[in-house]
Design a protein around this ligand. Structure first.
Ligand SMILES: [Zn+2]
Length: 541
């Protein structure tokens, strides 16, 4: 069989792997490329095989960077089955149409600009209606159930503890009378993620395709998280402000609701005040996803079940309010203080969170509390990096609020977690492929794997293929056409670095002009100029 890496290869988004056997074509995940525009440009790129010739998409979990290109695949001719754990299918029913809505909205916005420039309009990657239509291809399976796909292929989904309905996929392929087992981890959860059970262990694999998001990092100790949270909330309330929490609508929001509920039950008197603080969840997607969480209790860990058995729904407490309509959401803008508002998107790029930032960022008494990763170039990253002013809806907003970040809400295992999980594989794989990581994380994890297990993992490039057999695997060059495209992409990517660098330096110099010299800023400026110089030299080369 042949394994081709179509996404999440030397990057974290766009997860997509193609397996071709003599009889079938299977994709494991079909995710959206996200982040910088060079990544997003990849979403329109055709696959090396016709979508109509693909038999199955095996989906590890509902996150858009794993599922978000399925409607696109469908509109391009894919008519096979999409197989995922029931809770993941339930979440896709919400998340894919929501993604379609975002693509329509973005295309509209681009087209207004393009029309003014006299250019042809662009089409959205897919529409809400197309996403909804593609859902008819989905089929639910249970964890730990072995399914015979056809004469040659068996599959089994195991809990990966990363989000509701997330799974490792075990795949057995019979060829020339021999069976080969490949395991795709999708995303591996952290051991103590609220609500969810810890990741399952895998007994054996011939080949392992494993994620590396935090391959170069260790998470900070989780135990102080609750105290820090409480302290930030109470101090903000004392000052008469609001706590604004930008959060991913699915996963993180439910974890925070759960944690808040637990704090109220666990910490007793200390949180007496917290019990009276109204908590608003202001994101229609988060509200619907919370409902899916409530309907899939079989995915819960023992602690979460204990709450339910004792009559306490851990995703509900007396002061929790869900605001569904735009009117209700606008109503929140009038609240000057004393409340916690959780809203999406998590990196502040879209959604209702932007309104809450607009109304609270300029106020000294409010706090913006980040609980998730903020990617480069996002509004969230700018605020977290200490920007004094940001633009929201074309308006310049001063950043006066207290800015805080609590680490340790990560949905991914850190490098120690990944290595630990691998230690439990009794029959160790012949080959390990590292995917779903930035280069730094990939190479750092590769070093650790070699040190621990004495084998050199493969870090595949995008569109690189490997012929895999029961005995060995042969690496293959990728096609000329792909090479050309990547060279082109690399230049665009460098140009983006230069563009970002120039904007940063420009804004810093303006601050110097306005506010006078500041040593720390001058130092940073010098560093940025050096980085820009390096990028320019690379670009010219
Ligand atoms: Zn994920």
């Amino acid at each position: 069989m042949k394994l081709t890496f179509l996404g999440a290869a030397k990057t974290v988004t766009g997860s997509c792997f193609l397996i071709e056997t003599r009889k079938s074509r299977i994709l494991v995940d079909c995710g959206l490329f996200q982040g910088r525009s060079t990544e997003e440009a990849m979403n329109e790129q055709p696959l090396p095989v016709k979508p109509s010739t693909i038999d199955y998409v095996l989906l590890t979990h509902a996150h858009i960077d794993h599922s978000g290109r399925i409607p696109w695949l469908y509109t391009n001719g894919f008519k096979g089955e999409v197989i995922a754990v029931k809770a993941a299918v339930d979440l896709c029913r919400l998340m894919l149409p929501d993604s379609g809505h975002i693509h329509e909205f973005e295309a509209e916005w681009k087209n207004r600009k393009r029309m003014r420039a006299g250019r042809e309009p662009v089409k959205p990657l897919y529409t809400l209606a197309e996403a909804q239509e593609s859902l008819k291809l989905f089929r639910s399976v249970a964890y730990d159930e072995v399914i015979q796909l056809n004469d040659d292929i068996r599959i089994c989904y195991r809990n990966s503890g990363h989000m509701l309905g997330s799974a490792f996929i075990e795949l057995w392929v019979r060829e020339n009378g021999k069976e080969t087992k490949i395991v795709f981890t999708g995303d591996i959860g952290n051991r103590d993620i609220p609500i969810l059970k810890d990741p399952s262990l895998i007994d054996e694999a011939d080949y392992l395709v494993i994620e590396s998001t935090y391959g170069d990092r260790l998470h900070v100790d989780n135990s102080s998280k609750a105290e820090k949270f409480l302290e930030i909330v109470l101090e903000t309330l004392d000052k008469g402000g609001n706590v604004i929490i930008p959060s991913f609508a699915v996963g993180r929001t439910q974890e925070i609701i759960y944690e808040l509920n637990k704090k109220v039950s666990d910490l007793g008197e200390k949180v007496e005040r917290l019990m009276h603080v109204p908590v608003y969840v202001d994101s229609p997607l988060a509200i619907n996803a919370t409902e899916v969480y409530r309907q899939n209790l079989d995915c819960y860990d023992e602690e979460a079940r204990w709450y339910i058995e004792n009559g306490d729904n851990p995703l509900d407490f007396p002061n929790l309010h869900f605001t569904r309509t735009a009117d209700e959401s606008r109503g929140l803008n009038r609240i000057k203080g004393g409340s916690i508002i959780i809203s999406a998107s998590g990196m502040c790029e879209a959604g209702r969170i932007k309104h809450h930032l607009k109304h609270n960022l300029w106020r000294r008494e409010s706090t913006i509390l980040f609980v998730g990763y903020q990617a480069e170039g996002t509004l969230g990253r700018k605020i977290l990096n200490g920007a004094k002013k940001v633009h929201i809806f074309g308006e310049e907003i001063s950043v006066n609020a207290r800015i805080e970040m609590i680490d340790g809400y990560s949905g991914h295992a850190d490098c120690e977690g990944i290595i630990n999980w691998m230690r439990n594989i009794k029959q160790f794989p012949k080959r390990i492929f590292l995917v779903h990581g930035e280069e730094k994380a990939l190479y750092s994890l590769a070093g650790k794997v070699k040190e621990e297990f004495g084998v050199e993992p493969v870090i595949p490039s995008r569109e690189e293929s490997f012929v895999i057999t029961a005995e060995r695997e042969v690496s293959r060059e990728f096609g000329e056409k792909a090479k050309e495209r990547f060279r082109y992409l690399a230049i665009v990517s460098l140009l983006e670095d230069v563009k970002e660098g120039i904007t940063d330096i420009y804004e810093m110099l303006l601050d110097e002009l306005r506010e006078g010299a500041d040593d720390a800023r001058l130092n940073l400026l010098q560093k940025k100029l050096k980085a820009l110089q390096r990028d320019m030299v690379n670009l010219l080369e």
